[in-house]
Design a protein. Structure first.
Length: 87
């Protein structure tokens, strides 16, 4: 499974280089996806162990981390949209 994930990451990085997308944004998006998967996995483990409250807190922490990491991308996206709108 790790080999498949690695090949997907390499494909995304190649597409980003071919389209001249800043690799920092791609790296951030991949980290966000990783956080989402890890938080979901930890939440399911907690639920399986009968710790529903802990599972909810893990999910919340994952969402907060994702939001914090997405702020620079959202800022660039909003600036791009503002620049496209005529004055």
């Amino acid at each position: 499974m790790v080999d498949q994930v690695y090949s997907i990451i390499q494909m995304v990085e190649r597409m980003a280089k071919n389209t001249n997308v800043n690799t920092i944004y791609i790296s951030t998006i991949l980290k966000i996806i990783g956080i989402a998967y890890i938080a979901e996995f930890a939440s399911h483990i907690s639920k399986d162990a009968g710790q529903g409250a802990l599972a909810a807190k893990v999910e919340l922490a994952g969402k907060i981390l994702i939001l914090a990491m997405a702020i620079p991308i959202l800022t660039v996206l909003i600036e791009t949209v503002i620049n496209l709108v005529p004055n």
